[in-house]
Ligand binder design. Structure first.
Ligand SMILES: C[S@@+](CC[C@H](N)C(=O)[O-])C[C@H]1O[C@@H](n2cnc3c(N)ncnc32)[C@H](O)[C@@H]1O
Length: 311
């Protein structure tokens, strides 16, 4: 009998865990450099981390069966290829899209997800326990999974149904493997605004797209203001929705122009009535974007973290 996708995916992740599988996803540029060294997989990490094609005899047959059972395999000539990657974050294993993530509905997970998780792990313990936390733009669900132990209920919101499909599997796996308390209250919402979330919300976490992406990929395109537009829109939504004591934790990128952080000023204005802490987490990411004409006036893209609590 065929298992529903989240259970089939959980069985795969559990089998990988048993085998001690680990893979840390690097930037796409690093990924491209590494896979240029070989054209087919030698082991599980090559197949499920580096997204290299493999022959069914190279890889553990139980893993091939589990991939097949979860409909995660495609044929490429006489080889097989996995249409997901499996990455590790500490002890967690998460599914996300295979490399290269060129499809418009690709499910993002990368160095930003690691930094976002680190930001949440540093900031959430400083707040009181939350009743209902929303991960806005949840992607693979990494933020929600890291935050779940600090909340009674967690809602994951994303416009990409493919992201929610993988997030559901990742959350189920995290729940079974780590017995995250309160995790029976996961909700998955295919929507692009907080309006879709019912009931009171007392924490919103977000790692929105923050690059001006000419290909308009949902996981990457932050719109105008050199990609800052979506961060602003989400901050305004959070400001309108949160009640006293409600917290907004935003991890995003800011294009620094002439030494000035215009996004910072705009965020502080949008979050009037909140106590706001803001810091640079990384002074310089995605430097290659600066070669593009629409970034001609930008000095650098900084990754920033904002914690805003409504007074
Ligand atoms: C940079 S990815 C971050 C994913 C995940 N939170 C992480 O840290 O790995 C941004 C996510 O926001 C989603 N997204 C983009 N626009 C959205 C919108 N208007 N409403 C909800 N989600 C959106 C994308 O589909 C994508 O999954």
């Amino acid at each position: 009998m065929k298992l529903p996708f989240p259970l089939a995916a959980h069985a795969l992740l559990a089998a990988l865990e048993e085998r001690g599988y680990r893979f840390v996803t690097p930037t796409p540029a690093t990924h491209a450099r590494v896979i240029a060294r070989r054209d087919q997989a030698r082991d599980l990490r090559d197949a499920l981390g580096w997204s290299l094609p493999f022959s069914a005899t190279t890889i553990d047959p139980e893993i091939v069966d589990l991939l097949r059972g979860a409909d995660l395999l495609e044929a490429r000539g006489d080889m097989l290829v996995s249409n997901v990657r499996v990455s590790s974050l500490g002890n967690h294993l998460l599914l996300h899209s295979a490399y290269p993530t060129t499809a418009r509905d690709a499910v993002f997970f990368g160095p930003d997800s690691y930094r976002f998780a680190g930001f949440l792990e540093a900031e959430l313990p400083k707040l009181s326990r939350r009743e209902h936390l929303v991960d806005f733009g949840a992607g693979s669900g990494v933020g929600a999974i890291v935050a779940a132990k600090h909340a009674d209920g967690v809602s994951l919101l994303d416009i990409n149904p493919n992201a929610l499909r993988l997030a559901r599997a990742n959350a189920l796996h995290a729940e079974i493997s780590f017995r995250i308390s309160g995790a029976e209250r996961w909700r998955f919402l295919n929507a692009g605004a907080l309006q879709a979330v019912e009931g009171a919300i007392d924490c919103i976490i977000a790692n929105p797209p923050y690059i001006a992406d000419p290909a308009h990929r949902a996981y990457r395109d932050g719109g105008g203001m050199h990609g800052g537009e979506l961060s602003m829109a989400w901050a305004r939504e959070a400001a309108a929705r949160l009640q006293r004591g409600g917290a907004f934790l935003l991890y995003t990128g800011s294009a620094i122009i002439g030494g000035e952080d215009k996004l910072k000023a705009a965020l502080f204005e949008a979050l009037e009535g909140f106590d706001v802490a803001y810091r640079e987490i990384d002074p310089d990411v995605f430097g290659e974007e600066l070669e593009r004409q629409d970034y001609a006036d930008v000095d650098r893209i900084a990754v920033v973290g904002l914690v805003a609590v409504k007074r």
